[in-house]
Design a protein around this ligand. Structure first.
Ligand code: BG6
Length: 787
């Protein structure tokens, strides 16, 4: 579908380009900042590049301001137009004169104004005996103005049939998935997909625009290197020294993730990560591969990100938005996010995205650092940069600014000599003393553009030439929001770390990653306050009794460590005695930290002899994110080596239907247990406790599973998904050991209640957990136990 639409659009583009006629470009917001800084210059460049090739142009600067005042402001914006270095000043003046003659201001406010614009274009075309090729409307206006403008263009400013219409849109494109969807469908009611050009100006930056051509032109060498076997990590970085002063009303609503990560850095990520199309000049293929890359992104957790805010920010917001003195903003101005891509090319390779304001330097780059497995026998003095396999190997797309001050492609000399087209990229002369990414510049093959061009000039040329791969399609946009919105929601109340700004930040914003999580390297300096809340280190792991069984209580981190160590000890003991360890695990959120701890901190765990069973399962396909097995897979199984035949997911999805009685899934699971687990007695069962007293998927008043002979049962949960499969209480109670993990303040009430009740499984199924001859141990964090 996408392919067909794109091909038709492309065909339309080609026809339109071939027929050279008159092009009208309407710049809405012609007196605004972006227009002044980049857009007029970009339009001038377009005129210089294209006017001699047969098209004629007219440029209409438009805004809400009245004609006279508007013309004055626009003239001011046009004063600073410049030609490239190779044009003589007198010729440049001549060209500028021509451009100014073709550029006029007009007020575009009412529906009639748009009708007049349309009439004027038609009259001009007829009067001058021209043929209309198309119209470009550039929306350099805030998004709240989009709908009205779009309606007016659609109803009265479309060109005659056969001529094209292109509307160019600037971000923000929504605030989250829902608002982006709404905006997209609103725009979609006025324009065809192929008519819309959503700008991400980073796609016009020369180093970014070079990523795909570089991968393509060096395909032979990179084919073997561009993957998880060779890449250690990828860093996508955008550091800025400016802060958000003067933009607080925008920034306070958006914050750094929406402002730069959701768009600029994500776009770069997809260019690095996507499968390389055979033909990179096919917009359709590039966009399709991009979408595939989005689909492979692993969902982000709260712990995938760290946030910061420069200290002066809240004050600026108070001042610019007239907030009370007590107002403290939670908006992050710095973020680091760890992204993983779950496909065969990138599995396990960390992609680190960083962006922030008020940092120590302004620089942007994409750095692909390769694994280094070489040992060099010769002393370091003799290592030559182009030969030694022991020096770091990296490819950097240096977007700009920083020490180099210009876009550059850097390739370590010990990696390979890259090909870059010499008509557009030239070698950078060495600058002795300059070090980049730990090595002197002379260690790299380094190339810079022969002619530096700003991003907007490049993009305007791409719009003119219908190169849609440099723009964000609706599908692309929504895919990005689908990826970022859950993280943004989960971070909404997160308090960012404060940083002073500039060089004073020191190492405060350094961070580390392990096991899919990010954390700041340095602890935040906490001011000791009298009567302050106790810190985790103030407590030890406490041992006590709960319902006449041992209770272990601690802060979450210590509790999880203790439980993980106890499970490992039990596993080792079982394997020593019986040769195997049968472990039945619950799903839900509490055990996730445990799974991660087992995956990252227990290297001698006897996984090869461990059988993993499920305590309960939701009746959804095993690949569904709601499935307990999926949680186990994501947080544990993919990190450890359990033989496939030792993994026993519950058969909830048989004959393409979910938990149908006739399919006898529960009975099948029970027979597997009887066949493999001696006496159907698990070595360890890990349970949780719900706020209603349920455990496993055994809910209060459940007609099945609380007693009787069945080992595995189908049950109903009051919460979605309702249908469940669960081990029964009688089976659980045959286990040699049962551990119940209870965490979080929300469990406080049920913990109190259950401590007082007797054996009443109908009301509180957890109270029916009483191993016949095994041992029961409660693991509760302080919040669940003490509130
Ligand atoms: C914009 C962001 O998209 O990019 C700004 O809204 C940011 O916050 C700017 O400063 C950076 O662009 P550049 O081209 O200066 O790197």
């Amino acid at each position: 579908m996408l392919m067909v639409a794109m091909c038709l659009a492309l065909l339309g583009c080609l026809q339109a380009q071939e027929s050279k006629g008159h092009v009208s470009i309407i710049l809405l917001g012609a007196t605004g900042d972006l227009a002044k800084k980049y857009l007029w210059q970009g339009l001038f460049q377009l005129y210089l590049d294209e006017a001699g090739k047969g098209h004629s142009f007219s440029f209409h600067g438009a805004a809400l301001t009245a004609p006279q005042q508007g013309q004055k402001l626009m003239d001011k914006a046009l004063e600073s137009l410049a030609c490239s270095k190779d044009v003589t000043p007198s010729h440049c003046d001549e060209l500028k004169g021509q451009f100014l003659q073709l550029s006029q201001y007009r007020q575009l406010k009412t529906a009639e104004d748009y009708e007049t614009l349309n009439r004027d274009i038609e009259t001009q075309v007829q009067r001058d005996g021209l043929w209309e090729a198309g119209r470009i409307f550039y929306f350099s206006v805030p998004p709240f103005a989009y709908a009205d403008i779009a309606r007016n263009i659609n109803s009265s400013c479309r060109p005659r049939p056969g001529a094209w219409l292109r509307v160019v849109l600037e971000k923000p494109f929504g605030h989250d998935h829902l608002s982006a969807q709404q905006l997209a469908s609103e725009l979609g009611s006025f324009f065809q997909e192929e008519e819309m050009y959503r700008v991400d100006h980073y796609l016009g930056k020369q180093a970014v625009a070079q990523i795909l051509p570089f991968r393509d032109q060096n395909r032979k060498v990179l084919d073997g290197l561009w993957n998880r076997h060779h890449v250690e990590r990828v860093e996508i970085i955008m550091k800025e020294t400016v802060d958000a002063e003067g933009r607080a009303s925008f920034y306070e609503e958006y914050g750094v993730i929406r402002d730069t990560l959701q768009n600029h850095l994500t776009e770069i990520l997809t260019l690095v990560a996507m499968e390389l199309p055979h033909n990179i000049s096919s917009s359709a293929a590039v966009l399709q591969h991009k979408l595939q890359a989005f689909q492979a992104l692993r969902g982000l957790q709260k712990s995938s990100a760290i946030l910061g805010q420069y200290q002066a920010y809240s004050g600026q917001v108070r001042q610019e938005l007239q907030k009370p003195d007590s107002f403290q903003s939670l908006t992050p101005t710095f973020a680091g996010v760890l992204v993983h891509i779950d496909n065969l090319r990138w599995e396990g390779v960390p992609f680190i995205l960083v962006s922030g304001k008020a940092l120590d330097e302004r620089v942007g780059y994409v750095r692909i650092l390769f694994k280094n497995r070489a040992y060099c026998a010769q002393s370091e003095r003799h290592w030559a940069s182009e030969q030694s396999r022991c020096l770091p190997q990296q490819i950097v797309f240096y977007i700009g600014h920083g020490e180099l001050g210009h876009p550059t492609v850097l390739v370590s000399q010990n990696l390979f000599k890259p090909y870059l087209p010499t008509q557009s990229w030239e070698e950078v002369p060495d600058q002795p003393g300059l070090r980049l990414f730990g090595r002197p510049l002379s260690d790299y093959y380094a190339y810079r553009p022969v002619r530096e061009q700003d991003a907007y000039s490049t993009l305007l040329s791409h719009i003119f030439h219908c190169r849609k791969e440099s723009f964000i399609t609706t599908e692309n946009l929504l895919a990005s929001w689908v990826f970022w919105t859950p993280l943004l929601d989960s971070l909404a109340l997160e308090v960012p770390r404060l940083y002073p700004g500039g060089a004073e930040n020191g190492h405060l914003l350094d961070f580390e990653f392990s096991g899919g999580q990010l954390s700041f390297s340095q602890p935040e300096v906490l001011m000791p306050e009298l009567g302050s809340v106790p810190k985790p280190s103030d407590f030890q792991v406490l041992r006590a009794q709960y319902r006449e069984s041992p209770l272990i209580t601690a802060w979450p981190e210590e509790l999880i460590s203790k439980l993980a160590s106890d499970i490992e000890a039990t596993a080792e003991q079982s394997v020593r005695r019986f040769g195997t360890f049968h472990l039945a695990l619950s799903g839900g959120s509490s055990p996730i930290a445990l799974f991660q701890q087992l995956a990252t901190g227990h290297y001698s765990f006897p996984w090869a002899h461990t059988h993993l069973w499920l305590v309960d399962e939701r009746c959804v396909p095993l690949s569904d994110p709601e499935s307990n097995f999926q949680g186990l897979q994501a947080h544990l199984l993919q990190h450890v080596r359990v033989p496939y035949y030792n993994i026993h997911p519950m058969p909830v999805h048989l004959h393409q239907r979910l938990c149908a009685e006739e399919d006898q899934g529960a009975q099948t699971y029970a027979s597997d247990i009887s066949a493999l687990v001696a006496n159907s007695s698990f070595d360890l069962v890990l349970l949780g406790m719900g706020t209603d007293g349920h455990t496993a998927s055994l809910f209060p008043q459940s007609p099945t599973g609380l007693d009787g002979d069945q080992l595995v049962v189908l049950t109903e949960s009051p919460l979605r998904p309702h249908q469940r499969m669960s081990l029964s209480l009688p089976l659980i109670n045959r286990a040699k050991k049962v551990a119940v993990l209870v965490m979080g303040r929300t469990k406080r009430e049920i913990t109190m209640l259950v401590s007082r009740v007797g054996h009443e499984p109908k009301k509180w199924p957890i109270s029916g957990v009483l191993p016949l001859s095994g041992q029961l141990v409660w693991y509760m964090d302080y919040e669940a136990f003490l509130g």
